[in-house]
Design a protein around this ligand. Structure first.
Ligand code: ATP
Length: 355
């Protein structure tokens, strides 16, 4: 398997910059997810790596070799799309065999490799069926079969589960990750769905407007968002972003939020910025009778073991994830306290995290 290295990759369509000086490395055997809203440049990045689009500038290396100018078929990379382009007039076996037949591989070897791929994907019993009668999940497995049968250096996947319903998508998330673990294949996966990204990735690159805002493990992306964009994009409901005031001396342990003082971890660098934003995950909000940031319960959404409580405060709307056992009364005055150890703090002007 192969390492994919992208160096200062840039792509403009006329005046419009779709991918801006992007650099990252997908380690050999890693499951890497590019995550971001529609139009942020994920597909364009993937298409450049696949060789389907030429970069305006920058380099793409596959195991150290510069493949930037190499045509797609010479790159030894398999591409799986959302709309699994199966050939409806061929059966499952022929669909999976297609890339090997195209390469002129001998028939007995094709048979062995197709059957092995089908076994890996647990669709051996479907080999002689027509693809037109298959369920969405099985069609997706056939498309994956066609990718893995080539035994490529890397897999590129563009929203491969986008067309499936929620239940099947959840099952396929687990299957895809298990397949990855079995094959040990370098995988670059594109999605706008944070749940898919969190569930599958070793590393995530969060993209916004052609720029990678953060490149990190799912845990760090969730726990330590590097920018306001990442903080707001990840999490459901997302992080509460509460305006507060600086400047902060180095080692400060509190910030002023509305009429209250919130504790922050004392590991901050100082900042001269005055407009700051406190980032609080809903599960870090606690309700207190006395003190805290004063507000009022606006509504509660029951989710089983937890509930999402919406609170109106002088510093804006705040959402809290509380145990459903906790009684909250709409309209009741409450105080909000935040668990200091996990709070984030951002400079509002730059959007960058101060910790
Ligand atoms: P989506 O999930 O919607 O596919 P994405 O993050 O994959 O979004 P891209 O498909 O990479 O986004 O597109 C990034 C931007 O580049 C979009 O604004 C798109 O309109 C633009 N774009 C892509 N291809 C072209 C092209 N051939 N000509 C002009 N603009 C393009």
């Amino acid at each position: 398997m192969a390492e994919i290295r992208v160096e200062n990759l840039h792509k403009s369509f006329g005046e419009f910059v779709a991918v801006k000086n992007s650099s990252f490395t997908v380690a050999s055997g890693e499951f890497f997810v590019m995550l971001g809203p529609s139009g942020c440049g994920k597909t364009t990045t993937l298409r450049m790596i696949a060789g389907l689009e030429l970069p305006s500038s920058g380099l793409i290396r596959l195991d150290g070799d510069d493949v930037t100018q190499l045509r797609a078929s010479a790159r030894d990379i398999a591409f799986v799309f959302q709309l699994f382009a199966l050939y409806p007039h061929m059966n499952v076996r022929k669909n999976i065999a297609y890339p090997l037949a195209n390469q002129g591989v001998a028939k007995p070897e094709i048979k062995t490799r197709v059957e092995e791929a089908a076994r890996t994907l647990r669709i051996g019993h479907l080999l002689d069926r027509s693809v037109s009668g298959l369920s969405g999940g099985d069609r997706q497995r056939v498309a994956l079969g066609r990718a893995i049968v080539r035994n490529p250096k890397a897999f590129l996947m563009d929203e491969p589960l986008g067309a499936l319903d929620t239940e099947l998508r959840e099952a396929m998330i687990a299957e895809l990750r298990a397949l990855h673990d079995r094959l040990g294949a370098t995988t670059l996966y594109v999605t706008h769905d944070q749940l898919e990204a969190m569930a599958m990735a070793d590393k995530i690159a969060v993209m916004n407007k052609g720029v990678i805002e953060q490149f990190d493990t799912p845990q760090q992306i969730y726990g330590r968002p590097a920018t306001l964009f990442v903080a707001d994009f990840i999490g459901s409901p997302p992080m509460n972003l509460i305006p507060c005031r600086g400047p902060l001396a180095p080692g400060a342990t509190t910030v002023q939020v509305g009429e209250t003082v919130a504790g922050i971890p004392a590991v901050l660098d100082g900042t001269t910025a005055t407009d700051l934003v406190l980032g609080v995950r809903p599960e870090q909000v606690q309700l207190v009778d006395e003190g805290g940031l004063r507000g009022e319960v606006f509504g509660a959404e029951y989710l089983g073991t937890t509930q999402i409580v919406t609170l109106r405060t002088g510093a804006g709307t705040v959402r809290a994830r509380l145990s459903s056992a906790e009684t909250v009364t709409v309209g009741a005055p409450v105080g909000l306290a935040f668990r200091p150890e996990k709070l984030s703090l951002f400079d509002k002007a730059t959007g960058r995290a101060l910790r």
